[in-house]
Write a protein that binds this ligand. Sequence first.
Ligand SMILES: Cc1cc2nc3c(=O)[nH]c(=O)nc-3n(C[C@H](O)[C@H](O)[C@H](O)COP(=O)(O)OP(=O)(O)OC[C@H]3O[C@@H](n4cnc5c(N)ncnc54)[C@H](O)[C@@H]3O)c2cc1C
Length: 393
Amino acid sequence: MTTAAVGREQPDLWRLRPAALPPELDRLRAQVRAFLAQEVSSGRITTRCDQWLGGWDEAFSRRLGEHGWLGMTFPAAYGGAAAGALARFVVTEELLAAGAPVAAHWIADRQSGPGLLRFGTEEQKQTYLPRIARGECFFAAGMSEPDTGSDLASVRTRGTRVEGGWRISGTKVWASGAHRAHAMIALVRTEARTADRHAGLTQVIVDLPDPDVHIRPILLLSGEHHFNEVVFDDVFVPDDRVLGAPGAGWQQVTSELAMERSGPERVLSTFPLLSALVDRLASAGSEASAARLGALVARLWTLRQMSLAVAGRLQAGAAPAVEAALVKDLGTRYEGVVIEAARELGGAVPDLGSADPVASLLAESILHSPGFTLRGGTNEILRGVVAKELGVR
Ligand SMILES: Cc1cc2nc3c(=O)[nH]c(=O)nc-3n(C[C@H](O)[C@H](O)[C@H](O)COP(=O)(O)OP(=O)(O)OC[C@H]3O[C@@H](n4cnc5c(N)ncnc54)[C@H](O)[C@@H]3O)c2cc1C
């Protein structure tokens, strides 16, 4: 422990206490599971890996909206179910386990909507939240820039004060789904940098498309168009599209990241592959492979309890940024371990077009895996966040 840590209040290492899911959520889980089984058997959706990144299906998002399974944490006055973070956890867990195509609404439902609810004006809430809850309005997150990913406070996209609003110039990169989103919440610098690097940043809502916003694809290894470079060419953003207080962007974006990092999607991107592997080895596996699978499932269960514990803290109104960082680091590394096990035990050559589910899900997982530990903040950065909390950095 460094001398800087001496005299600090001892962190509560037991803060990540498992949350108990109320029994009434069993009924909700059964309803979602039955709906998903019907969606799969009717051929409307196909089970795939990492579909919160790759599975853009607007019609499916709308069907979820019709069931009240989007905007579950929003109050009824804004079209939500007012069901809370634990109910949302149950629904997202089922969607991810089924490998359902949830990418279209993912950012809006997970972070933009809750951010609007917390920091938005009444008009902003009325404009966006009911549409998000119906699966009709999708958001992109504009944080990273070509020279700024990990060190977010150094963003260079500028907002310049003009009559009635701001003119925004600069480039965002890796913006998931921006080419199909209805709006982006962008972090921009609106005051010159001072010794306090976190001061002077502002979040703005940019409605899309806009003739002065130029969106260009950056293709994944698989050739999929998922994320983009987004150039703001002197874009006008009216005052009523500033989110929260000008200059308070850093505090707002930090609370957004707590929502972004802790969910079951940081553990379950490769769950359909694990499930297919279990099916295969149940009939054809050795004792050694059974032991390996058992260890994988035990680890999954532990991580799931940790993610659930963060949902419990969100439900209680906390902003558990450090706990979320911990879950994301451990969870995304686990997702990679599932791929390694499938490579070694699955007896299948990775092949996207194969009819063998292990072969196709393995190929998909491998091609998406480089992003697992990067997206939402890299694991190296997250370990720094945890170390700081423990007073060892
Ligand atoms: C699939 C995917 C989707 C994404 N979607 C979005 C999105 O929608 N919106 C958005 O804004 N961004 C998005 N991102 C961007 C993502 O948040 C950044 O890639 C990430 O924060 C890292 O930033 P960078 O790419 O600039 O890497 P850099 O910050 O340049 O880091 C490069 C390497 O150096 C390491 N490193 C950097 N600083 C330190 C340090 N201080 N200590 C130790 N190691 C360090 C990093 O861990 C990393 O390994 C997405 C990324 C991916 C992969």
